[in-house]
Design a protein around this ligand. Structure first.
Ligand code: T1G
Length: 650
């Protein structure tokens, strides 16, 4: 039974049971209408408690229904009906009451929650806005500025903050059902609170609201839903509820058909279904993680594992390096404490679970070991030989290499099938993307163990086959080459970067190289020079910059000149580029921003098709997940392969 009614004296319990997240599907909506009729008709019922089975209160409308014709009763109508109930409804919240779930709660006379509950209106992250009255009721309950912050950020608030805001009426300790029953008995004979729709918006500072709207618009970077949220909140301050609800509906329907929302829903589900293609292996229990290498990546990986509750042992080559690596991890954890994302207890627990050593023997009890040492095959081989001699037979060994052949690395151990690739992205404790690189012959249990680690670290774990650059770096190398061809043919770095920013990237490829440091890829190009295909066009502009010691931000000069963090176009670089074109007999031709971005997108999609054809990626949506979560591809465009499938133009 998706929605059941159980009466306990004067209190009726209406329970929704629609796993996995009690999404407000058609069955839930119809069931609520039936429960409303039943409780209204039952003279013995004086108050109604609405709660959910499973792990969370309603986590939103059922997004899977969006592609289908809407089926009455529509959620806005269900909320209106609940709001009009003669008997008071109390929404009893646990887990994450999100989107349409919170809107259902706003239609109830009261809202109560357990201390751990979170609630929010994340529709903007799906390219939508609350479409069941949230943009009208929330401003009337908590004020337009707080409502705007909740709806424009899409971020949930905790129960304590919700109580402060007046979003909920009480935080209930202990058993929610019993506490909600007691609350219901307390209010059963009281007058029902004034309907939210019958209230005026509380007094607010119009200048503050205006400033918040300006900031949201500035950050929107081409997205439509934040703008719509701003418009809806302004409507709530200027219109009566009925007019504002109609305006909200119009905005919602417009956004629901917007390609940006289709793209965001595509990515939402792609991230949750990624890895479903993995062969059925059995994840081995992992509690003790070894990390070899205490540099930036190793420290980030160690911190990520500590934050996820693992015990971590870091190995470095000597006591000094161990101390340096340890200090890096302590600094990362300290940052989390300072920013308030880590409690004192959690911080202490992480430090307690962390140890370092210059002896590989310290990894004897490790369940899984990740190496993050220099990107040289002989260094990797030495590390894996040393690991092979000390770890337990069932331990999984992983390399964090960003482009070396994982199968070649695996040859260093007696049982290569235990070796996988876990390609983290820096900073490893923050970036959500993890490429799970699966060499031929890898043990399915080792692969499943890597996938389980990724899930526990809160990563989006994308399986990849073995090739140069796996999925993300391979596509980035392809469009980096295309951008260097374009600047040799007539474009300039600033024009390329502007085109990418205009498309929605946080920064362009040349700005990004200056940030990362030009010397790193220069060293790789020099290593690969001997094996480079002489028939392939090669642009040596970046080499020339490096030969002049222009390594990017860290040397104050790279593709751009830096005055602090501000990048300036450098006439010397422009001259160098033009001289290179002349030297190669190229007549430079200028390119429009759309032409530049169109070329970049074409190259991304072509490389993506090759990656699929070679079986490196299992699904086109996996490529989108990689590009959105690891390479700054704008989420609201869905990814290069989604754009190709939609025939979307720049
Ligand atoms: N609809 C349908 N399925 C959903 C869903 C939803 N809203 N949310 C989650 N799922 C599925 C998900 O695909 C996965 O399925 C499973 O539940 C577990 O999800 C009118 C229009 C709730 C915080 O945006 O943020 O309401 O892969 O892996 O990490 O104004 O899911 O198991 O088959 O993410 O524990 C607004 C979206 C909708 C919330 C749980 N609500 N969901 O996280 O599990 S629009 C949202 C989440 C709306 C109204 C508007 C998270 C979560 P499967 P999961 P999790």
């Amino acid at each position: 039974m998706t929605v059941s009614v159980h009466t306990d004296g004067p209190v009726a319990f209406v329970e929704i049971d629609n796993p996995p997240v009690n999404a407000a599907s058609f069955a839930v909506r119809a069931g609520l209408m039936e429960a409303l009729a039943q409780t209204e008709a039952d003279a013995a019922v004086r108050a109604v408690v609405l709660l959910c089975a499973g792990r969370t209160f309603v986590a939103g409308a059922d997004v899977r229904e969006f592609g289908k014709p809407p089926a009455a009763p529509l959620l806005p109508d269900v909320v209106l009906a609940l709001e009009g109930a003669r008997k008071p409804w109390i929404a009893a919240l646990h887990g994450t009451a999100l989107g349409g779930g919170l809107e259902i709660a706003l239609g109830c006379a009261y809202r109560v929650a357990v201390p751990e509950a979170k609630m929010g209106l994340p529709e903007v992250t799906l390219g939508l806005l609350p479409g069941a009255g949230g943009t009208v009721r929330l401003p009337r309950l908590v004020g337009p500025v707080a409502a705007l912050n909740i709806m424009a950020s899409g971020k949930p608030v905790g129960a304590a903050r919700a109580l402060e805001l007046g979003l909920i009426d009480a935080v209930l300790e202990g058993d929610l059902r019993a506490a909600a029953r007691a609350f219901a008995l307390d209010i059963a004979e009281a007058d029902k609170p004034v309907l939210l729709n019958a209230r005026d918006v509380p007094a607010f500072d119009a200048e503050v609201l205006h400033q918040r709207i300006a900031a949201i618009r500035a950050k929107a970077r081409g997205q439509n839903s934040p703008e719509a949220v701003c418009e809806a909140v302004v409507n709530a301050t200027r219109m009566g509820a009925e007019e504002a609800l109609a305006a909200e509906r119009a905005l919602f329907l417009r956004l629901k058909d917007d390609p940006q929302s289709r793209a965001l829903r595509h990515i939402f589900f792609a991230e949750r279904s990624v890895g479903k293609s993995l062969a059925a292996g059995e994840a081995l229990p992992s509690e003790h993680i070894g990390v070899v290498g205490g540099g930036t990546m190793g420290a980030g990986i160690a911190a990520a594992a500590l934050l996820a509750g693992f015990c971590v042992t870091m190995i470095e080559r000597n006591a000094e390096a161990v101390a340096a690596g340890h200090a890096r991890v302590v600094e990362v954890l300290g940052g989390g404490l300072k920013r308030g994302v880590l409690t004192e207890d959690a911080h202490a627990r992480c430090l307690e679970a962390f140890s370092g050593s210059d002896e590989y023997g310290a990894l004897a009890s490790a369940d899984l070991v990740i190496e993050a040492v220099f990107e040289y095959m002989d260094v990797k081989h030495a590390v894996f030989k040393a690991l092979d001699a000390v770890v337990k037979p069932e331990a999984v060994l992983a390399t964090n290499t960003s482009y070396l052949d994982v199968g070649m690395i695996a040859k260093a151990v007696r049982k290569p099938s235990r070796v996988i690739g876990l390609h983290f992205f820096s900073p490893a404790h923050i970036m959500k993307l993890l490429e799970l690189v699966i060499p031929p012959g890898a043990d399915p249990d080792a692969v499943a163990t890597g996938a389980a680690l990724g899930k526990r670290l809160g990563k989006v774990t994308v399986p990849s086959g073995v090739c140069d650059g796996f999925i993300g770096n391979r596509i980035m190398s392809a469009y980096r080459r295309a951008c260097e061809y374009m600047i040799e043919d007539g474009a300039l770095p600033a024009e390329v970067d502007q085109a990418m920013r205009g498309f929605g990237f946080p920064m362009g490829i040349f700005e990004m190289q200056d940030l990362a440091g030009l010397d790193i890829s220069w060293a790789m190009r020099k290593r690969q020079a001997a094996t480079r295909d002489p028939a392939q066009r090669y642009v040596d502009i970046a080499d020339q910059l490096c030969e002049q010691g222009r390594f990017g931000r860290k040397t104050g000069r790279g593709w751009y000149l830096y005055d602090g963090k501000t990048a300036q176009v450098d006439p010397e670089v422009t001259a160098l580029i033009e001289a290179t074109s002349a030297r190669k007999g190229i007549t430079r031709v200028s390119m429009s921003g759309d032409a530049i971005m169109g070329r970049i997108l074409d190259v991304m999609q072509a490389e993506g098709r090759a990656i699929l054809a070679e079986g490196i990626a299992a699904r086109a949506e996996d490529i989108d997940v990689v590009m959105v979560n690891g390479y700054g591809f704008p989420r609201w465009r869905g990814g290069p392969m989604f754009m190709a499938s939609e025939g979307a133009e720049i």
